[in-house]
Design a protein around this ligand. Structure first.
Ligand SMILES: [Zn+2]
Length: 283
């Protein structure tokens, strides 16, 4: 069982109070023992925003800040926003809206710059970037890597973490080398939707038992997530909001206490500089 002193962090989920469950998902998470959340803005087009400049992302980010504020009311710990640009946007811009890869890059880098403003003024915790997880042509791949570079540069300036959405891989040291060249230490780079094993970025492990067993066995820093999308059109797309607390209870029952401490206390501190113990107030 999860005791009163154990923080439980879902490192990557989305909340959509306008179209789906929103804060009810947070209540479910909290009821099962979840305490802390990193809430990532939904892809801009899911909010009906067809960005033409970086400034156009601002309403998407503002809505995320409002959701996080509401989530804070529900949690015994707290929630933080992670803001950025979904790498899949480049395909919408190039394939559906007729931009060339360079113009798409510029729009997306502009979005990263605006997200960085929120980190700079203390309203957001970290940045979100990455590159397509599917096959794209060379121009789109290069443009995507350039967007990710911009996120690393801003992360380095702000000393904040960058969450990446990227292709499935267990070896991404090339990417963390780019981050380090930009001045961002590898331990501030997180790959979301990860398996249990990853060289380079810190893996944010999808909370399925087999992946968690691998991560626990490895004994290296890792985080846990659901990538809950809170989307009425994709109800079973990913894991539900109760999954992380359920898996933590399962890990504790199976003697994986060290892994729970790594994923919910030590790694959040290393990556984001957040203290999940100090920010936890159980009634
Ligand atoms: Zn996500």
């Amino acid at each position: 069982m999860i005791d009163d002193e154990t923080p439980v962090l879902d490192n990557h989920l989305h909340l959509d109070p306008d179209n789906h469950r929103g804060i009810d998902a947070v209540s479910d998470f909290a009821r099962l023992g979840g305490t802390h959340l990193l809430v990532v803005n939904k892809p801009s087009w899911n909010l009906g925003v067809e960005a033409e400049t970086g400034e156009d992302f601002r309403p998407v980010f503002e809505r995320t800040l409002e959701i996080v504020e509401a989530a804070n009311e529900e949690l015994e710990g707290r929630a933080w926003p992670v803001l950025g640009v979904h790498p899949g946007l480049i395909s919408r811009l190039v394939d559906d809206r007729g931009y060339d890869a360079d113009d798409a890059r510029e729009i997306m880098q502009g979005g990263i710059d605006v997200a960085a403003e929120y980190v700079a003024n203390g309203e957001a915790l970290a940045l979100k970037s990455g590159r397509p997880h599917y096959e794209v042509d060379d121009a789109v791949w290069e443009a995507s890597n350039a967007v990710m570079h911009r996120a690393f540069e801003r992360g380095a300036e702000l000393d904040c973490a960058v969450q990446l959405h990227a292709e499935a891989s267990e070896e991404m040291t090339e990417v963390t080398n780019w981050a380090e060249d930009a001045g961002l230490p590898a331990h501030r780079v997180v790959k979301h939707y990860a398996g249990g094993r990853l060289e380079g970025p810190i893996p944010s492990v999808m909370s399925e038992k087999d992946r968690l067993e691998v991560a626990a066995e490895r004994g290296e820093p890792f985080l846990m997530e659901t990538d809950y999308v809170d989307d009425p059109d994709r109800p079973g797309a990913v894991l539900g909001p109760k999954t992380v607390p359920r898996r933590v209870a399962w890990m504790l029952e199976n003697g994986l206490d060290d892994a729970v401490r790594i994923a919910h206390v030590e790694t959040p501190k290393t990556v984001y500089g957040i203290d999940t113990v100090e920010t936890l107030e159980r009634p």
